[in-house]
Design a protein around this ligand. Sequence first.
Ligand code: SF4
Ligand code: SF4
Ligand code: SF4
Length: 316
Amino acid sequence: MALRVAEEWLSSCSGCEIAILNLGAGLLELLRRIELVHIPVLLDHKYFGPLGDGDPDHPDIPEAEVGIISGGVRDREQLETAKLMRQRCGTIVALGTCATHGGIPALINQSTNAELFERYYRGGPTTDPGPDPDQVVPPMLERTYALDEHITVDLYLPGCPPHPDQIAEALTALVQGRDPVLPRKSVCDTCPTIREGKGQLSQVARLVDSPKFDPDQPLSQMRCLLEQGLLCMGPVTAAGCAGSREMAPRCLSARVPCRGCYGPVRRQGNQMLDMLNALASNGVELGSLADRPGLLRFSGAHGRLRPRPAPRKSGE
Ligand code: SF4
Ligand code: SF4
Ligand code: SF4
């Protein structure tokens, strides 16, 4: 009998669902062994009955052996949906860095809700000021949470989005009743660039600066971008974007530094602290780093990014 799989998206962009589709022909093969019983971003689903006459307090999500959830938790409706998925599904998979570490939506954790509502409902120069929304839209939680801050997660598939190879491996392993084989190293461990050694940096280059490389030469002939002075987060970012066919990390293939989208190497690691350590041990003057919170742009949940203190008034 096929493995029943339900999927939900919370505070997300649907890129993780596109990554599922990017399995391509592999998805057709998997669909012989799994049944997608619920995936609202791809298949229509009526939560409250076909005519909207179901129980308004109990949305309908079918039971499944596996529940995949993308996105973080930002509002009350998403929280209820996450809890309902936990009740209805045997194994919960957190799909994508938004679900595992908050992802890009958790950047908003640098502001309080009061600051955000003030800025967007009353501070816009091109819109009329209005009150905070309190109807139709679900109430906001106080910040963006990773999934495991509210429900138990059984399997983590980080990445923005995760590589289809890891999604295929996870689903295949669940069908076969075994543990999936997933990457455990850093992006640097899958990067073929030339590393000559530490201690050659003094400051981090500006983001607009370009690396030096010969476009006619393969990536293996380019010098490590961190050693060139660019802020490459490969040392503190989980591997996986290279896929399982010994390809290079995605951004490095485009001669662009890693921005950290797979989250920390250790699930509970702190990309900002780890990167500051890596830079300091390479002799970098940390004052040359323009944007420290930006080192958490993909992993700002779990209390890592917090509202900035209000500026002091003169005389205080
Ligand atoms: S992890 Fe990336 S691709 Fe997936 S929902 Fe979040 S922003 Fe979109
Ligand atoms: S720091 Fe960046 S360029 Fe250097 S090895 Fe790591 S991933 Fe590659
Ligand atoms: S190189 Fe880094 S930022 Fe780019 S896809 Fe891979 S993990 Fe994400």
